[in-house]
Design a binder for this molecule. Structure first.
Ligand code: HAS
Length: 549
Protein backbone atom coordinates (compact mmCIF):
# COMPACT_ATOMS: atom_id res chain seq x y z
CA UNK A 1 0.00 0.00 0.00
CA UNK A 2 1.09 3.64 -0.49
CA UNK A 3 3.68 5.04 1.91
CA UNK A 4 1.31 7.79 3.12
CA UNK A 5 -1.36 5.22 4.05
CA UNK A 6 1.26 3.18 5.90
CA UNK A 7 2.21 6.25 7.92
CA UNK A 8 -1.41 6.90 8.86
CA UNK A 9 -1.91 3.31 9.97
CA UNK A 10 1.36 3.29 11.93
CA UNK A 11 0.47 6.43 13.89
CA UNK A 12 -2.82 4.84 14.90
CA UNK A 13 -1.13 1.62 15.96
CA UNK A 14 1.61 3.60 17.76
CA UNK A 15 -0.92 5.46 19.94
CA UNK A 16 -2.75 2.16 20.56
CA UNK A 17 0.39 0.65 22.04
CA UNK A 18 1.21 3.69 24.18
CA UNK A 19 -2.27 3.28 25.71
CA UNK A 20 -1.63 -0.47 26.06
CA UNK A 21 1.62 0.16 27.96
CA UNK A 22 0.09 2.54 30.51
CA UNK A 23 -3.17 0.55 30.73
CA UNK A 24 -1.48 -2.76 31.52
CA UNK A 25 0.72 -1.07 34.14
CA UNK A 26 -2.48 0.15 35.84
CA UNK A 27 -3.80 -3.43 35.68
CA UNK A 28 -0.69 -4.68 37.50
CA UNK A 29 -1.06 -2.03 40.20
CA UNK A 30 -4.67 -3.04 40.62
CA UNK A 31 -4.11 -6.71 41.41
CA UNK A 32 -1.49 -5.72 43.99
CA UNK A 33 -3.77 -3.21 45.65
CA UNK A 34 -6.49 -5.85 45.88
CA UNK A 35 -3.90 -8.17 47.38
CA UNK A 36 -3.08 -5.48 49.96
CA UNK A 37 0.55 -5.77 48.90
CA UNK A 38 0.76 -2.21 47.70
CA UNK A 39 0.05 1.10 49.38
CA UNK A 40 -0.68 3.86 46.90
CA UNK A 41 0.72 7.37 47.33
CA UNK A 42 -1.88 9.82 48.62
CA UNK A 43 -2.55 11.40 45.20
CA UNK A 44 -3.53 8.07 43.64
CA UNK A 45 -6.48 5.92 44.56
CA UNK A 46 -7.92 2.59 43.52
CA UNK A 47 -10.76 4.03 41.45
CA UNK A 48 -8.46 6.40 39.60
CA UNK A 49 -6.27 3.50 38.50
CA UNK A 50 -9.27 1.33 37.72
CA UNK A 51 -10.65 4.08 35.47
CA UNK A 52 -7.31 4.54 33.70
CA UNK A 53 -6.99 0.77 33.22
CA UNK A 54 -10.47 0.43 31.69
CA UNK A 55 -10.39 3.56 29.53
CA UNK A 56 -6.87 3.09 28.18
CA UNK A 57 -7.25 -0.59 27.34
CA UNK A 58 -10.92 -1.09 26.53
CA UNK A 59 -11.53 2.21 24.76
CA UNK A 60 -8.27 3.77 23.58
CA UNK A 61 -6.10 0.76 22.72
CA UNK A 62 -8.91 -1.01 20.90
CA UNK A 63 -10.15 2.00 18.92
CA UNK A 64 -6.74 3.11 17.64
CA UNK A 65 -5.72 -0.43 16.80
CA UNK A 66 -8.98 -1.01 14.95
CA UNK A 67 -8.51 2.12 12.85
CA UNK A 68 -4.89 1.17 12.10
CA UNK A 69 -6.11 -2.23 10.90
CA UNK A 70 -9.01 -0.75 8.90
CA UNK A 71 -6.81 1.83 7.18
CA UNK A 72 -4.29 -0.82 6.15
CA UNK A 73 -6.92 -3.30 4.96
CA UNK A 74 -9.02 -0.71 3.11
CA UNK A 75 -5.97 0.64 1.31
CA UNK A 76 -4.91 -2.93 0.49
CA UNK A 77 -8.32 -4.16 -0.73
CA UNK A 78 -9.72 -1.03 -2.43
CA UNK A 79 -6.50 0.72 -3.49
CA UNK A 80 -4.57 3.67 -2.06
CA UNK A 81 -6.42 6.56 -0.45
CA UNK A 82 -7.06 9.75 -2.40
CA UNK A 83 -5.87 13.10 -0.94
CA UNK A 84 -9.29 13.94 0.58
CA UNK A 85 -9.63 10.60 2.34
CA UNK A 86 -6.11 10.99 3.67
CA UNK A 87 -6.78 14.53 4.89
CA UNK A 88 -9.95 13.53 6.75
CA UNK A 89 -8.27 10.46 8.20
CA UNK A 90 -5.52 12.67 9.69
CA UNK A 91 -8.07 15.17 10.93
CA UNK A 92 -10.01 12.33 12.57
CA UNK A 93 -6.81 10.99 14.11
CA UNK A 94 -5.87 14.36 15.65
CA UNK A 95 -9.35 15.14 16.98
CA UNK A 96 -9.54 11.66 18.54
CA UNK A 97 -6.08 12.18 20.02
CA UNK A 98 -6.97 15.58 21.45
CA UNK A 99 -10.00 13.99 23.13
CA UNK A 100 -7.86 11.10 24.40
CA UNK A 101 -5.28 13.46 25.91
CA UNK A 102 -7.95 15.57 27.62
CA UNK A 103 -9.70 12.54 29.09
CA UNK A 104 -6.42 10.95 30.22
CA UNK A 105 -5.20 14.16 31.90
CA UNK A 106 -8.50 14.38 33.79
CA UNK A 107 -8.22 10.77 34.95
CA UNK A 108 -4.59 11.11 36.03
CA UNK A 109 -5.29 14.32 37.93
CA UNK A 110 -8.04 12.55 39.87
CA UNK A 111 -10.85 14.60 38.33
CA UNK A 112 -12.53 11.69 36.58
CA UNK A 113 -12.49 8.56 38.76
CA UNK A 114 -15.79 7.45 37.29
CA UNK A 115 -14.67 4.13 35.73
CA UNK A 116 -14.83 3.30 32.05
CA UNK A 117 -18.60 2.89 32.33
CA UNK A 118 -18.81 6.52 33.32
CA UNK A 119 -22.55 6.83 33.93
CA UNK A 120 -24.39 8.80 36.61
CA UNK A 121 -24.61 9.18 39.54
CA UNK A 122 -20.79 9.26 39.38
CA UNK A 123 -19.68 12.68 38.21
CA UNK A 124 -16.39 13.79 36.63
CA UNK A 125 -15.00 17.16 35.63
CA UNK A 126 -16.88 18.60 32.66
CA UNK A 127 -13.63 18.54 30.68
CA UNK A 128 -13.55 14.76 30.90
CA UNK A 129 -16.86 14.58 29.05
CA UNK A 130 -15.66 17.18 26.53
CA UNK A 131 -12.63 14.91 25.94
CA UNK A 132 -14.92 11.91 25.43
CA UNK A 133 -17.11 13.87 23.00
CA UNK A 134 -14.05 14.89 20.97
CA UNK A 135 -12.89 11.28 21.00
CA UNK A 136 -16.18 10.12 19.47
CA UNK A 137 -16.32 12.98 16.94
CA UNK A 138 -12.74 12.16 15.89
CA UNK A 139 -13.64 8.51 15.27
CA UNK A 140 -16.62 9.64 13.23
CA UNK A 141 -14.41 11.80 11.01
CA UNK A 142 -12.03 8.86 10.50
CA UNK A 143 -15.04 6.62 9.83
CA UNK A 144 -16.52 8.96 7.23
CA UNK A 145 -13.12 9.13 5.52
CA UNK A 146 -13.16 5.34 5.15
CA UNK A 147 -16.78 5.38 3.98
CA UNK A 148 -15.79 8.02 1.39
CA UNK A 149 -13.00 5.76 0.14
CA UNK A 150 -15.48 2.90 -0.15
CA UNK A 151 -18.03 5.03 -2.05
CA UNK A 152 -15.41 6.10 -4.58
CA UNK A 153 -14.61 2.43 -5.18
CA UNK A 154 -18.29 1.53 -5.58
CA UNK A 155 -18.82 4.29 -8.10
CA UNK A 156 -15.99 2.88 -10.18
CA UNK A 157 -17.22 -0.72 -9.81
CA UNK A 158 -20.96 -0.39 -10.36
CA UNK A 159 -22.95 -3.58 -9.73
CA UNK A 160 -20.05 -5.39 -8.04
CA UNK A 161 -19.90 -6.61 -4.48
CA UNK A 162 -17.05 -5.00 -2.58
CA UNK A 163 -14.18 -7.13 -1.29
CA UNK A 164 -15.07 -8.90 1.95
CA UNK A 165 -12.61 -6.87 4.05
CA UNK A 166 -14.16 -3.59 2.88
CA UNK A 167 -17.70 -4.89 3.40
CA UNK A 168 -16.85 -5.88 6.95
CA UNK A 169 -15.16 -2.56 7.67
CA UNK A 170 -18.23 -0.66 6.52
CA UNK A 171 -20.52 -2.89 8.59
CA UNK A 172 -18.45 -2.20 11.70
CA UNK A 173 -18.46 1.54 10.99
CA UNK A 174 -22.25 1.60 10.52
CA UNK A 175 -22.65 -0.23 13.81
CA UNK A 176 -20.27 2.22 15.52
CA UNK A 177 -22.00 5.33 14.24
CA UNK A 178 -25.51 4.17 15.18
CA UNK A 179 -24.24 3.04 18.59
CA UNK A 180 -22.52 6.35 19.33
CA UNK A 181 -25.79 8.27 18.92
CA UNK A 182 -26.77 7.22 22.46
CA UNK A 183 -23.54 8.23 24.14
CA UNK A 184 -23.30 11.49 22.19
CA UNK A 185 -26.86 12.40 23.25
CA UNK A 186 -26.24 11.72 26.92
CA UNK A 187 -22.79 13.37 27.02
CA UNK A 188 -23.88 16.54 25.20
CA UNK A 189 -27.32 17.04 26.70
CA UNK A 190 -26.96 15.50 30.15
CA UNK A 191 -23.39 15.12 31.41
CA UNK A 192 -21.77 18.30 30.13
CA UNK A 193 -24.50 20.67 31.44
CA UNK A 194 -24.59 18.77 34.76
CA UNK A 195 -20.82 18.51 35.24
CA UNK A 196 -20.22 22.21 34.49
CA UNK A 197 -22.98 23.13 36.93
CA UNK A 198 -25.34 24.65 34.35
CA UNK A 199 -28.08 22.40 35.70
CA UNK A 200 -28.41 20.92 39.20
CA UNK A 201 -29.75 17.48 38.44
CA UNK A 202 -29.51 14.65 35.97
CA UNK A 203 -32.06 12.03 34.95
CA UNK A 204 -29.99 9.05 36.08
CA UNK A 205 -32.09 6.27 34.58
CA UNK A 206 -32.20 7.96 31.19
CA UNK A 207 -28.46 8.59 31.21
CA UNK A 208 -27.68 4.98 32.11
CA UNK A 209 -30.03 3.71 29.42
CA UNK A 210 -28.47 5.93 26.76
CA UNK A 211 -25.06 4.81 27.95
CA UNK A 212 -25.94 1.12 27.56
CA UNK A 213 -27.63 1.75 24.22
CA UNK A 214 -24.03 2.53 23.27
CA UNK A 215 -22.21 0.25 25.72
CA UNK A 216 -23.38 -3.06 24.35
CA UNK A 217 -22.75 -2.50 20.63
CA UNK A 218 -19.39 -1.10 21.76
CA UNK A 219 -18.36 -4.67 22.58
CA UNK A 220 -19.17 -5.69 19.01
CA UNK A 221 -17.17 -2.75 17.71
CA UNK A 222 -14.25 -4.52 19.41
CA UNK A 223 -15.30 -8.00 18.37
CA UNK A 224 -16.03 -7.46 14.67
CA UNK A 225 -12.46 -6.49 13.68
CA UNK A 226 -11.33 -9.69 15.45
CA UNK A 227 -13.97 -11.60 13.46
CA UNK A 228 -12.60 -9.93 10.31
CA UNK A 229 -9.25 -11.48 11.10
CA UNK A 230 -10.93 -14.85 11.71
CA UNK A 231 -12.90 -14.75 8.46
CA UNK A 232 -10.40 -13.08 6.13
CA UNK A 233 -6.87 -13.58 7.51
CA UNK A 234 -7.01 -17.05 9.13
CA UNK A 235 -8.03 -18.95 5.94
CA UNK A 236 -5.00 -17.49 4.17
CA UNK A 237 -2.70 -18.55 7.02
CA UNK A 238 -3.97 -22.12 6.70
CA UNK A 239 -3.81 -22.11 2.88
CA UNK A 240 -7.47 -22.09 2.03
CA UNK A 241 -10.28 -19.71 1.02
CA UNK A 242 -13.07 -18.09 3.01
CA UNK A 243 -15.54 -20.91 3.74
CA UNK A 244 -18.64 -19.01 2.58
CA UNK A 245 -18.67 -15.39 1.48
CA UNK A 246 -22.43 -15.03 1.93
CA UNK A 247 -22.41 -16.60 5.39
CA UNK A 248 -19.66 -14.20 6.44
CA UNK A 249 -21.56 -11.17 5.11
CA UNK A 250 -24.86 -12.29 6.60
CA UNK A 251 -23.34 -12.78 10.03
CA UNK A 252 -21.93 -9.23 9.92
CA UNK A 253 -25.24 -7.77 8.79
CA UNK A 254 -27.00 -9.53 11.70
CA UNK A 255 -24.73 -7.61 14.04
CA UNK A 256 -26.06 -4.31 12.65
CA UNK A 257 -29.59 -5.51 13.36
CA UNK A 258 -29.27 -7.09 16.77
CA UNK A 259 -26.34 -5.58 18.61
CA UNK A 260 -28.01 -2.28 19.48
CA UNK A 261 -31.54 -2.88 20.84
CA UNK A 262 -30.19 -4.99 23.73
CA UNK A 263 -28.62 -2.52 26.20
CA UNK A 264 -31.17 -3.29 28.93
CA UNK A 265 -29.45 -6.63 29.56
CA UNK A 266 -26.86 -4.53 31.44
CA UNK A 267 -29.67 -3.00 33.50
CA UNK A 268 -31.70 -6.04 34.45
CA UNK A 269 -31.42 -5.18 38.15
CA UNK A 270 -32.42 -1.52 37.74
CA UNK A 271 -35.84 -0.66 39.11
CA UNK A 272 -36.70 2.11 36.62
CA UNK A 273 -37.41 -0.19 33.65
CA UNK A 274 -40.39 -2.51 33.52
CA UNK A 275 -39.90 -6.25 33.15
CA UNK A 276 -41.63 -6.31 29.78
CA UNK A 277 -38.96 -4.16 28.12
CA UNK A 278 -36.19 -5.99 29.88
CA UNK A 279 -37.60 -9.30 28.67
CA UNK A 280 -37.96 -8.05 25.10
CA UNK A 281 -34.32 -6.98 25.03
CA UNK A 282 -33.24 -10.29 26.57
CA UNK A 283 -34.94 -12.05 23.64
CA UNK A 284 -33.14 -9.75 21.18
CA UNK A 285 -29.87 -10.50 23.01
CA UNK A 286 -30.39 -14.16 22.24
CA UNK A 287 -30.74 -13.19 18.58
CA UNK A 288 -27.32 -11.50 18.62
CA UNK A 289 -25.75 -14.78 19.70
CA UNK A 290 -26.69 -16.34 16.34
CA UNK A 291 -24.05 -14.59 14.18
CA UNK A 292 -21.39 -15.69 16.68
CA UNK A 293 -22.58 -19.29 16.42
CA UNK A 294 -22.47 -18.92 12.62
CA UNK A 295 -18.90 -17.68 12.98
CA UNK A 296 -17.94 -20.67 15.14
CA UNK A 297 -19.48 -23.03 12.53
CA UNK A 298 -17.65 -21.25 9.73
CA UNK A 299 -14.31 -21.44 11.55
CA UNK A 300 -14.59 -25.16 12.19
CA UNK A 301 -15.54 -25.67 8.53
CA UNK A 302 -12.50 -23.65 7.42
CA UNK A 303 -10.18 -25.71 9.64
CA UNK A 304 -11.66 -28.97 8.40
CA UNK A 305 -11.48 -28.03 4.70
CA UNK A 306 -7.87 -26.94 5.09
CA UNK A 307 -7.01 -30.11 7.02
CA UNK A 308 -8.66 -32.43 4.50
CA UNK A 309 -6.78 -30.72 1.67
CA UNK A 310 -3.58 -31.57 3.51
CA UNK A 311 -4.63 -35.22 3.85
CA UNK A 312 -6.27 -35.25 7.28
CA UNK A 313 -8.49 -38.28 8.05
CA UNK A 314 -11.20 -38.92 10.65
CA UNK A 315 -13.35 -36.56 12.67
CA UNK A 316 -10.58 -34.51 14.24
CA UNK A 317 -7.62 -35.27 11.97
CA UNK A 318 -7.63 -31.70 10.69
CA UNK A 319 -6.49 -30.54 14.10
CA UNK A 320 -3.01 -31.97 13.55
CA UNK A 321 -2.67 -30.27 10.14
CA UNK A 322 -3.04 -26.72 11.41
CA UNK A 323 0.13 -24.57 11.22
CA UNK A 324 0.88 -24.58 14.94
CA UNK A 325 4.41 -23.25 14.45
CA UNK A 326 3.12 -20.04 12.92
CA UNK A 327 2.60 -17.59 15.79
CA UNK A 328 0.26 -15.48 13.64
CA UNK A 329 -2.12 -18.44 13.49
CA UNK A 330 -1.64 -19.98 16.92
CA UNK A 331 -2.33 -16.73 18.73
CA UNK A 332 -5.63 -16.30 16.91
CA UNK A 333 -6.61 -19.94 17.45
CA UNK A 334 -6.08 -19.63 21.21
CA UNK A 335 -8.05 -16.37 21.08
CA UNK A 336 -10.96 -18.25 19.46
CA UNK A 337 -10.77 -21.05 22.00
CA UNK A 338 -11.13 -18.50 24.83
CA UNK A 339 -14.31 -17.21 23.21
CA UNK A 340 -16.07 -20.53 23.77
CA UNK A 341 -16.27 -20.04 27.58
CA UNK A 342 -16.36 -16.25 27.05
CA UNK A 343 -19.48 -16.49 24.87
CA UNK A 344 -21.07 -19.09 27.16
CA UNK A 345 -20.56 -16.70 30.07
CA UNK A 346 -22.27 -13.99 28.03
CA UNK A 347 -25.28 -16.26 27.55
CA UNK A 348 -25.40 -16.81 31.30
CA UNK A 349 -25.26 -13.05 31.92
CA UNK A 350 -28.03 -12.45 29.44
CA UNK A 351 -30.37 -14.99 31.01
CA UNK A 352 -32.76 -12.82 32.98
CA UNK A 353 -32.79 -14.86 36.17
CA UNK A 354 -29.14 -15.93 36.19
CA UNK A 355 -28.14 -12.31 35.85
CA UNK A 356 -29.36 -11.82 39.44
CA UNK A 357 -26.52 -14.05 40.62
CA UNK A 358 -23.68 -12.60 38.60
CA UNK A 359 -24.54 -8.91 38.18
CA UNK A 360 -22.07 -6.52 39.80
CA UNK A 361 -19.82 -9.35 40.95
CA UNK A 362 -16.27 -10.22 39.92
CA UNK A 363 -17.82 -12.79 37.54
CA UNK A 364 -18.49 -9.94 35.10
CA UNK A 365 -14.87 -8.86 35.32
CA UNK A 366 -13.91 -12.45 34.52
CA UNK A 367 -16.36 -12.41 31.59
CA UNK A 368 -14.88 -9.40 29.92
CA UNK A 369 -11.33 -10.58 30.38
CA UNK A 370 -12.18 -13.67 28.35
CA UNK A 371 -14.07 -11.71 25.69
CA UNK A 372 -12.39 -8.40 25.04
CA UNK A 373 -9.26 -9.21 27.10
CA UNK A 374 -8.35 -12.40 25.26
CA UNK A 375 -10.35 -13.28 22.12
CA UNK A 376 -10.18 -9.68 20.92
CA UNK A 377 -6.85 -8.60 22.44
CA UNK A 378 -5.03 -11.78 21.48
CA UNK A 379 -6.36 -11.60 17.93
CA UNK A 380 -4.99 -8.06 17.78
CA UNK A 381 -1.67 -9.42 19.06
CA UNK A 382 -1.69 -12.06 16.33
CA UNK A 383 -2.28 -9.27 13.81
CA UNK A 384 0.45 -7.08 15.31
CA UNK A 385 3.10 -9.72 14.60
CA UNK A 386 2.73 -9.18 10.85
CA UNK A 387 0.89 -5.87 10.54
CA UNK A 388 3.67 -3.64 11.88
CA UNK A 389 6.47 -5.38 9.92
CA UNK A 390 4.23 -5.18 6.83
CA UNK A 391 3.81 -1.43 7.33
CA UNK A 392 7.43 -0.65 8.24
CA UNK A 393 9.04 -3.03 5.75
CA UNK A 394 11.11 -4.56 8.56
CA UNK A 395 11.85 -8.25 9.12
CA UNK A 396 9.95 -10.45 11.57
CA UNK A 397 12.82 -12.78 12.45
CA UNK A 398 12.71 -16.35 13.79
CA UNK A 399 13.84 -15.03 17.18
CA UNK A 400 10.92 -12.62 17.24
CA UNK A 401 8.56 -15.46 16.29
CA UNK A 402 9.83 -17.40 19.33
CA UNK A 403 9.36 -14.37 21.54
CA UNK A 404 5.86 -14.06 20.11
CA UNK A 405 5.14 -17.59 21.36
CA UNK A 406 6.44 -16.75 24.84
CA UNK A 407 4.17 -13.73 24.77
CA UNK A 408 0.99 -15.56 23.85
CA UNK A 409 1.72 -18.47 26.19
CA UNK A 410 2.20 -16.10 29.13
CA UNK A 411 -0.95 -14.17 28.18
CA UNK A 412 -2.88 -17.46 28.07
CA UNK A 413 -1.64 -18.65 31.46
CA UNK A 414 -2.15 -15.23 33.06
CA UNK A 415 -5.69 -14.89 31.75
CA UNK A 416 -6.58 -18.46 32.72
CA UNK A 417 -5.49 -17.92 36.31
CA UNK A 418 -6.91 -14.46 36.68
CA UNK A 419 -10.23 -14.91 34.93
CA UNK A 420 -10.94 -18.31 36.52
CA UNK A 421 -10.46 -16.86 39.98
CA UNK A 422 -12.58 -13.85 39.05
CA UNK A 423 -15.42 -16.07 37.83
CA UNK A 424 -15.36 -18.22 40.98
CA UNK A 425 -15.07 -15.23 43.31
CA UNK A 426 -18.02 -13.67 41.52
CA UNK A 427 -20.15 -16.78 42.09
CA UNK A 428 -19.23 -16.63 45.77
CA UNK A 429 -20.55 -13.10 45.81
CA UNK A 430 -17.44 -10.91 45.69
CA UNK A 431 -18.46 -7.51 44.32
CA UNK A 432 -16.73 -5.82 41.41
CA UNK A 433 -15.52 -2.20 41.40
CA UNK A 434 -14.76 -2.36 45.12
CA UNK A 435 -11.44 -1.53 46.72
CA UNK A 436 -10.08 -4.35 48.88
CA UNK A 437 -9.84 -2.09 51.93
CA UNK A 438 -13.62 -1.68 51.82
CA UNK A 439 -14.01 -5.34 52.82
CA UNK A 440 -12.24 -4.75 56.13
CA UNK A 441 -15.46 -3.57 57.71
CA UNK A 442 -17.00 -6.92 56.87
CA UNK A 443 -14.51 -9.59 58.04
CA UNK A 444 -16.75 -12.48 57.01
CA UNK A 445 -16.59 -11.21 53.42
CA UNK A 446 -12.89 -11.99 53.40
CA UNK A 447 -13.65 -15.72 53.59
CA UNK A 448 -14.44 -15.52 49.90
CA UNK A 449 -10.77 -15.24 49.23
CA UNK A 450 -9.56 -18.34 51.09
CA UNK A 451 -9.72 -20.88 48.22
CA UNK A 452 -6.73 -22.03 46.20
CA UNK A 453 -7.94 -20.53 42.95
CA UNK A 454 -9.92 -17.77 44.53
CA UNK A 455 -7.37 -16.08 46.67
CA UNK A 456 -6.04 -12.71 45.76
CA UNK A 457 -2.53 -14.12 45.43
CA UNK A 458 -3.66 -16.27 42.48
CA UNK A 459 -5.20 -13.21 40.90
CA UNK A 460 -2.00 -11.24 41.54
CA UNK A 461 0.19 -14.00 40.09
CA UNK A 462 -2.09 -14.07 37.03
CA UNK A 463 -1.92 -10.30 36.76
CA UNK A 464 1.89 -10.26 37.04
CA UNK A 465 2.28 -12.91 34.34
CA UNK A 466 -0.01 -10.82 32.14
CA UNK A 467 2.11 -7.74 32.74
CA UNK A 468 5.25 -9.66 31.81
CA UNK A 469 3.49 -10.77 28.63
CA UNK A 470 2.47 -7.20 27.85
CA UNK A 471 6.07 -6.03 28.19
CA UNK A 472 7.27 -8.73 25.80
CA UNK A 473 4.66 -7.51 23.33
CA UNK A 474 5.81 -3.91 23.75
CA UNK A 475 9.36 -5.09 23.02
CA UNK A 476 8.16 -6.80 19.81
CA UNK A 477 6.22 -3.68 18.82
CA UNK A 478 9.22 -1.36 19.39
CA UNK A 479 11.50 -3.72 17.46
CA UNK A 480 9.06 -3.97 14.54
CA UNK A 481 8.52 -0.21 14.50
CA UNK A 482 12.08 1.05 14.80
CA UNK A 483 14.86 -1.46 15.31
CA UNK A 484 14.53 -4.72 13.36
CA UNK A 485 16.62 -4.79 10.18
CA UNK A 486 14.85 -3.62 7.03
CA UNK A 487 13.77 -6.40 4.69
CA UNK A 488 15.90 -6.48 1.54
CA UNK A 489 15.40 -9.92 -0.03
CA UNK A 490 11.94 -10.66 -1.40
CA UNK A 491 11.41 -13.54 1.06
CA UNK A 492 12.04 -11.25 4.05
CA UNK A 493 9.12 -8.95 3.25
CA UNK A 494 6.09 -9.65 5.39
CA UNK A 495 2.84 -9.87 3.42
CA UNK A 496 -0.73 -8.90 4.30
CA UNK A 497 -2.39 -12.34 4.40
CA UNK A 498 -5.80 -11.73 2.83
CA UNK A 499 -7.76 -14.83 1.78
CA UNK A 500 -9.72 -15.20 -1.42
CA UNK A 501 -13.50 -15.13 -1.07
CA UNK A 502 -15.81 -16.39 -3.84
CA UNK A 503 -18.66 -13.97 -4.44
CA UNK A 504 -20.44 -15.78 -7.33
CA UNK A 505 -23.18 -17.09 -5.07
CA UNK A 506 -23.46 -14.10 -2.77
CA UNK A 507 -26.80 -12.29 -3.07
CA UNK A 508 -26.36 -8.63 -3.98
CA UNK A 509 -28.95 -7.40 -1.48
CA UNK A 510 -26.52 -8.17 1.32
CA UNK A 511 -24.69 -5.01 0.34
CA UNK A 512 -27.81 -2.86 0.22
CA UNK A 513 -27.08 -0.93 3.40
CA UNK A 514 -30.38 0.93 3.52
CA UNK A 515 -32.25 -2.34 4.14
CA UNK A 516 -30.10 -3.15 7.17
CA UNK A 517 -29.94 0.36 8.56
CA UNK A 518 -33.73 0.60 8.12
CA UNK A 519 -34.47 -2.67 9.95
CA UNK A 520 -31.96 -1.74 12.65
CA UNK A 521 -33.82 1.52 13.34
CA UNK A 522 -37.18 -0.26 13.41
CA UNK A 523 -35.83 -2.69 16.03
CA UNK A 524 -34.28 0.18 18.01
CA UNK A 525 -37.59 2.05 18.02
CA UNK A 526 -39.50 -1.06 19.11
CA UNK A 527 -37.05 -1.79 21.91
CA UNK A 528 -36.39 1.74 23.14
CA UNK A 529 -39.02 4.31 22.13
CA UNK A 530 -41.61 3.58 24.81
CA UNK A 531 -39.30 2.93 27.78
CA UNK A 532 -37.11 5.98 27.02
CA UNK A 533 -40.16 8.20 26.60
CA UNK A 534 -41.42 6.89 29.93
CA UNK A 535 -38.13 7.78 31.61
CA UNK A 536 -38.23 11.32 30.24
CA UNK A 537 -41.91 11.76 31.03
CA UNK A 538 -42.00 10.33 34.54
CA UNK A 539 -38.75 11.74 35.80
CA UNK A 540 -37.82 14.93 34.05
CA UNK A 541 -34.51 16.47 35.06
CA UNK A 542 -35.11 18.63 38.09
CA UNK A 543 -37.99 16.52 39.42
CA UNK A 544 -38.01 15.46 43.09
CA UNK A 545 -36.92 11.97 42.15
CA UNK A 546 -33.64 13.18 40.78
CA UNK A 547 -32.80 16.05 43.11
CA UNK A 548 -31.12 13.70 45.53
CA UNK A 549 -28.32 13.05 43.06
FE1 HAS B 1 -20.66 -9.45 27.34
C1 HAS B 1 -21.19 -7.65 30.23
C2 HAS B 1 -23.86 -10.66 27.50
C3 HAS B 1 -20.24 -11.03 24.29
C4 HAS B 1 -17.81 -7.62 26.77
N1 HAS B 1 -19.69 -7.94 28.33
C5 HAS B 1 -20.04 -7.37 29.52
C6 HAS B 1 -19.07 -6.38 29.89
C7 HAS B 1 -18.13 -6.35 28.88
C8 HAS B 1 -18.53 -7.34 27.92
C9 HAS B 1 -16.94 -5.43 28.79
O1 HAS B 1 -26.43 -10.05 29.03
C10 HAS B 1 -19.06 -5.57 31.17
C11 HAS B 1 -19.69 -4.23 31.04
C12 HAS B 1 -19.58 -3.52 32.37
O2 HAS B 1 -18.47 -3.07 32.71
O3 HAS B 1 -20.58 -3.46 33.11
N2 HAS B 1 -21.81 -10.67 26.15
C13 HAS B 1 -23.08 -11.04 26.41
C14 HAS B 1 -23.55 -11.93 25.35
C15 HAS B 1 -22.52 -12.03 24.46
C16 HAS B 1 -21.44 -11.22 24.96
C17 HAS B 1 -24.88 -12.58 25.24
N3 HAS B 1 -19.28 -9.37 25.85
C18 HAS B 1 -19.30 -10.09 24.68
C19 HAS B 1 -18.18 -9.73 23.87
C20 HAS B 1 -17.49 -8.75 24.57
C21 HAS B 1 -18.20 -8.55 25.80
C22 HAS B 1 -17.87 -10.30 22.51
C23 HAS B 1 -16.26 -8.01 24.22
C24 HAS B 1 -15.60 -8.08 23.11
N4 HAS B 1 -22.20 -9.22 28.64
C25 HAS B 1 -23.44 -9.78 28.49
C26 HAS B 1 -24.31 -9.30 29.58
C27 HAS B 1 -23.56 -8.43 30.34
C28 HAS B 1 -22.23 -8.40 29.74
C29 HAS B 1 -25.71 -9.64 29.83
C30 HAS B 1 -24.02 -7.63 31.57
C31 HAS B 1 -23.83 -8.38 32.79
C32 HAS B 1 -24.17 -7.54 34.00
O4 HAS B 1 -25.12 -7.93 34.72
O5 HAS B 1 -23.53 -6.52 34.29
C33 HAS B 1 -22.57 -12.82 23.15
O6 HAS B 1 -22.25 -11.96 22.08
C34 HAS B 1 -21.66 -14.00 23.15
C35 HAS B 1 -21.88 -14.90 21.94
C36 HAS B 1 -20.68 -15.76 21.70
C37 HAS B 1 -20.68 -17.07 21.52
C38 HAS B 1 -19.36 -17.78 21.33
C39 HAS B 1 -19.13 -18.33 19.93
C40 HAS B 1 -17.76 -18.94 19.85
C41 HAS B 1 -16.85 -18.69 18.88
C42 HAS B 1 -15.49 -19.32 19.00
C43 HAS B 1 -15.30 -20.52 18.10
C44 HAS B 1 -13.99 -21.16 18.43
C45 HAS B 1 -13.23 -21.86 17.57
C46 HAS B 1 -11.93 -22.39 18.06
C47 HAS B 1 -13.61 -22.09 16.17
C48 HAS B 1 -21.91 -17.86 21.52
C49 HAS B 1 -17.14 -17.84 17.72
C50 HAS B 1 -12.01 -23.88 18.28
C51 HAS B 1 -11.09 -24.25 19.36
C52 HAS B 1 -11.14 -25.35 20.11
C53 HAS B 1 -10.12 -25.55 21.17
C54 HAS B 1 -12.18 -26.39 19.98
Amino acid sequence: IAAQDRKLALWNIGVAYIAFLIGTLCGLLQVFIRNDALQLPSWLDYYQILTAHGVLLALIFTTYFIFGFFITGMSKSLGSFGPKVRLYSWLGFWVTTLGTIMATVMIVSGEASVLYTFYAPLKASGWYYVGLALFVVGTWISSFALVGHYLVWRKKHKGQLSPLFAFMTITTIILWIIACLGVVATVLFQYIPWAFGWVDTINVELSRSLFWYFGHPLVYFWLLPAYMAWYVIVPKLISTKVFSDSLARLSFVLFILFSIPVGFHHQLTEPGISNFWKFLQVVLTFMVIIPSLMTAFSMFATFEISGRKKGAKGLFGWFTKLPWKDVRFTSIFVAMAFFIPGGAGGIINASFQLNEIVHNTLWIVGHFHITVGTPVAMTFMGLTFWLIPYLTGRKFSKAMQKLGFVQIITWTIGMLLMSTSQHILGLLGAPRRTAYSNYNNHPSALEWFDGILTNHVTMAIGGSILFLSAMILIYIVVMSLFLSPKAVRAEDFVEFPMAESDVQNTPKFLENWWIWIGIAFVLIIIAYAIPLTGMIHHAPPGSEGFKTW
